[in-house]
Design a protein around this ligand. Structure first.
Ligand code: ATP
Ligand code: MG
Length: 192
C-alpha cells in the first residue's frame, strides 16, 4: 500500500496549538500515515519575524513526542521564494508512490488562486481545507478542487502570540510548553 502523507505548510512563527489540533484531527480523519510540518523559508507572500532556524527548532520541539508528526525544513535551505508546487515535485521524486495531502486553513485557502503553479500543485497533492475563526469559507473557483474537513475551531494565531509575548502576556496553553520555553530562552518577539 502506498503511504499517505500530510503536509501542513506554514511559517510557524511560532507553532501553536491551532496548528497541532488541525494536524492531528486531519491525520486521524483521513487515516494519514504521518503528517509533516513544512516550515517555509522565505515565503513570497509574507515576512516572518524569526530566523528559519528558530522556527524549525520550535516546530521540532512541538512534535518531539508525537510519532505521527515530524518537521520538514527543506524549504528553509533554499534561497529565494519557495513554491508549494516545486516542493511537491521534489517530494514525489524522492518518494515515488506516496500520496500527499496538503493541508491549509481557510485564511490561507482564500489566496489559492494567487499561488504560483497552483494547477500543478493541485495535481500533485489533495488539498484539504479546514475552517479558522475569523475566516469565511473562501468562495473562488478552486474551492471545487479541495476537500473541506471539519475540525475544531481554535482561535489562536502566531500573530496574536507574537503580540502577547511582546507585551508580556502569558502564552501558556496556546503553545506547547517546550515552545514557550524556547521563546523565553531566546528572547523571541520582544520589542526592540
Ligand atoms: P501568522 O499569524 O504569522 O500568519 P498563523 O497562526 O496564521 O501565523 P501560519 O504559520 O501562517 O500560522 O499557518 C500555517 C497554516 O496553518 C495555514 O494554512 C493556516 O491557515 C493554518 N492555521 C494556522 N492557525 C490555524 C488555526 N488556529 N486554525 C486553523 N488553521 C490554522
Ligand atoms: Mg498565517
Amino acid at each position: 500500500m502506498s503511504r499517505h502523507v500530510g503536509l501542513l505548510g506554514g511559517t510557524f512563527d511560532p507553532v501553536h496549538l491551532g496548528h497541532l489540533v488541525v494536524a492531528d484531527v486531519v491525520a486521524d480523519r483521513l487515516g494519514l500515515d504521518e503528517l509533516r510540518l513544512l516550515v517555509a523559508g522565505d515565503p513570497w507572500m509574507k515576512d516572518s519575524e524569526s530566523a528559519a532556524h528558530h522556527r524549525v527548532a520550535m516546530a521540532r520541539a512541538a512534535v518531539a513526542d508525537d510519532p505521527c508528526l515530524s518537521v520538514d525544513d527543506r524549504e528553509t535551505h533554499r534561497d529565494g521564494p519557495t513554491y508549494t508546487a516545486d516542493t511537491l515535485e521534489m517530494l514525489h521524486e524522492e518518494e515515488p508512490g506516496t500520496r500527499f495531502v496538503f493541508l491549509l486553513g481557510a485564511d490561507a485557502a482564500a489566496h489559492l488562486p494567487a499561488w504560483r503553479r497552483i494547477t500543478d500543485a493541485l495535481e500533485l497533492a489533495t488539498f484539504v481545507v479546514v475552517g479558522r475563526p475569523g475566516s469565511q469559507r473562501p468562495i473562488h473557483e478552486l474551492m471545487d478542487r479541495v476537500t473541506w474537513v471539519d475540525a475544531p475551531l481554535v482561535d489562536i494565531s502566531s500573530t496574536g502570540l507574537r503580540a502577547d509575548v511582546a507585551s508580556g502576556r502569558s502564552v501558556r496553553y496556546r503553545v506547547p510548553d517546550p515552545v514557550r520555553d524556547y521563546v523565553a530562552e531566546h528572547g523571541l518577539y520582544l520589542p526592540g
